[in-house]
Design a protein around this ligand. Structure first.
Ligand code: HEM
Length: 434
């Protein structure tokens, strides 16, 4: 170790108080006051370090990834208890094996052309759901989106054919309850900061709330007995539907953006085209850009959180063993030097980028070895779903209601309220009439 590396001076934990009320704004205030990297004193423990220095964050999560582990906190504890062991909670060799098996299961996370057939079936179901909602005025689009991502994960991740019907609905109810129940239990210890300050509690994990959602969990376990597959099933159901819910809300408030997407997808019949290739979906640059801009503005995973297990030296900064490092994608994505007019939804930022991730600037999928293995799969699912919906209907945000803004509070995987006024698109409707 070089002698000049020094720990960052830690600020008193009371400066972190604004984080309790509105985490995202709280972090922004902390950074405005104390600079891009802030250490918060935790009495009797090593500090909690927030950084929005992209270079430092990237170096920690890549070059120094072996000195970091995912913290086992109440949220990971509950998830593990409910869903079982998978990639997320594992470290070391166990993680390597699980990650390899997971990648095989999702085939490197990019859909191959033989899987497009399965995807088309799910997209056909989505189209039917959307058609059923159109013309009814103000409707909630979230259930249609969630049923789509669930159907896709059942077919593509579990490799099971399960058409719509009572069994599908019972699995849908089970995953919803497991996700909601997990959040409810975790809500007892509200904020990330509290997790790292207060002692862990197994009691909460195994308490009455867990028992309340156990029947749903058992149903899920009976459907997919392999816990590693179950984790991927939930990941594929949950995060892409979160991203889609925000995209539909943001576009509902921006008819001009929606019109550009409609112009792009008009010529591409995804559902009824047996020759569809995955490259047809990837070539939808406007549609894909709308999804990626949503992921910038509304990152579904709020925190990249790590416990430091070995001293780390980055230039002259020493990050001591026992510290906790937190990277907040929302803050990185709101840096005006990186992203001019950061609060504006501007899909054109990503139009030239196909499905790429703009030189690693988008933090929504994490970076380094522990970054999301489902990145491409998620982008493909969300892009295809948006294309199908935009070809079928127009939607508008109800008058007087601004799109919701995330706060970084629980639930961390906050979905957008997705009430929209749907109008059947005359172009799509014509062939039905003919
Ligand atoms: C829009 C959708 C998605 C987003 C925003 C997202 C985001 C993320 C992020 C940020 C991480 C890393 C967290 C960290 O560094 O601590 C992650 C990890 C992970 N994601 Fe995703 N994800 C998405 C979709 C998916 C899908 C479709 C799958 C299933 C194939 C998946 C499976 C996983 C797994 C298994 C990990 C743990 C990786 C590891 O620990 O090695 N995700 N995801």
């Amino acid at each position: 170790m070089t002698h000049h590396a020094k720990p960052l001076g830690a600020v008193h934990w009371r400066h972190a108080a604004p984080i309790f009320r509105h985490p995202y704004r709280g972090y922004e205030r902390l950074h405005a006051r104390f600079g891009p990297t802030v250490a918060i004193d935790r009495p009797g423990r090593k500090p909690l370090i927030f950084t929005m220095d992209e270079e430092l964050a990237a170096r920690l999560l890549t070059t120094h990834q072996d000195a970091l582990v995912r913290p086992q906190n109440i949220v990971t504890g509950i998830f593990r208890n409910l869903v079982g062991d998978g990639i997320v909670s594992a470290e070391g060799e166990q993680w390597e094996g699980r990650r390899r098996r997971g990648n095989q299961r999702i085939r490197g996370a990019t859909l191959e052309d033989d899987q497009v057939e399965l995807l088309r079936v799910c997209l056909g179901e989505l189209r039917d759901d959307i058609r059923g909602l159109a013309g009814r005025g103000l409707v909630d689009l979230l259930p249609a989106i969630e049923r789509f991502t669930l159907s896709a994960s059942i077919r593509l991740v579990c490799g099971v054919t399960l058409d719509r019907g009572p069994e599908f609905e019972s699995i849908y109810e089970a995953v919803q309850k497991v996700m909601f129940g997990t959040q409810r239990i975790a809500d007892v210890r509200r904020q990330m900061f509290l997790y790292s300050v207060l002692p862990r509690s197994r009691r909460l994990v195994d308490g009455p709330q867990r028992r309340a959602i156990k029947p749903s969990f058992d149903r899920l376990a009976a459907f997919e007995p392999d816990s590693e597959a179950r984790e991927l099933l939930i990941a594929t159901y949950e995060n892409p539907s979160t991203a889609l819910s925000w995209t539909l809300s943001l576009l509902g408030a921006r008819p001009a953006e929606l019109a550009k997407i409609r112009a792009e997808v008009e010529a591409l019949d995804i559902v009824d085209n047996p020759d569809l290739a995955i490259s047809d979906i990837e070539s939808l640059s406007r549609t894909g850009a709308a999804i990626r801009e949503t992921l910038r503005l509304r990152p579904p995973i709020a925190y990249l959180s790590r416990r430091v297990i070995e001293d780390i030296e980055v230039d002259d900064l020493l990050i001591e063993r026992g510290s906790h490092v937190l990277v907040v994608p929302y803050c990185l994505h709101h840096n005006p030097e990186r992203w001019p007019e950061p609060d504006r939804y501007m899909p054109e930022r990503f139009v030239d980028d196909s499905l790429g991730l703009r030189g690693g600037r988008l933090w929504s999928f994490g970076v380094g070895a522990r970054a999301c293995p489902g990145t491409r799969l998620a982008l493909q699912l969300a892009t295809a779903a948006l294309a199908v919906i935009a070809r079928e209907v127009r939607w508008t945000q109800p008058a007087g209601r601004a799109p919701a803004v995330p706060t970084g509070r629980f639930p961390w995987n906050e979905k957008s309220p997705c009430w929209q006024t749907l109008t059947l698109d005359p172009v799509a409707a014509e062939p039905q009439v003919a």
